[in-house]
Design a protein. Structure first.
Length: 127
């Protein structure tokens, strides 16, 4: 119920529509551009098996988009999330021929990679 003065029309009620909700994306990129974007389906848990499938997809994306550079080797920098350090994921990393770099606990040198993905964030944080 709403209060309104006599003689005035009642306030319009807006229909509430369901939002799209949150969407999680896993993004792999190199110094040139984005290589692979994978959107996680709703209700899917990120496990070692799921991550190993992503690494296989990354391998194929690199072969397709960076044909001449595949033979030079691929270095992967990933954070210390438990799924990245699982036995299944580490086995997939080696099976794909990737070499894992050690992720430092905190490093300002890694921050610019965020700005590559979110250029408007850099504009707002200047100054």
């Amino acid at each position: 119920m709403q209060w309104h003065k006599k003689g005035t029309p009642p306030l319009k009620k807006f229909k509430v529509s369901e939002s799209a909700g949150k969407l999680m994306a896993t993004i792999f990129w190199d110094y040139e551009r984005i290589l692979l974007v994978v959107y996680k389906e709703k209700g899917v848990t990120i496990t070692g098996e799921y991550y190993s499938e992503l690494l296989e997809q990354l391998k194929e994306a690199i072969k397709e988009k960076r044909r001449g550079k595949w033979t030079k080797g691929v270095l992967v920098l990933q954070d210390k999330a438990p799924v990245h350090k699982s036995k299944v994921a580490m086995a997939a990393l080696h099976r794909c021929g990737f070499e894992s770099l050690v992720h430092p606990t905190y490093s300002l040198d890694l921050t610019p990679s965020d700005y590559y993905l979110f250029p408007n964030l850099e504009k707002r944080t200047k100054g």
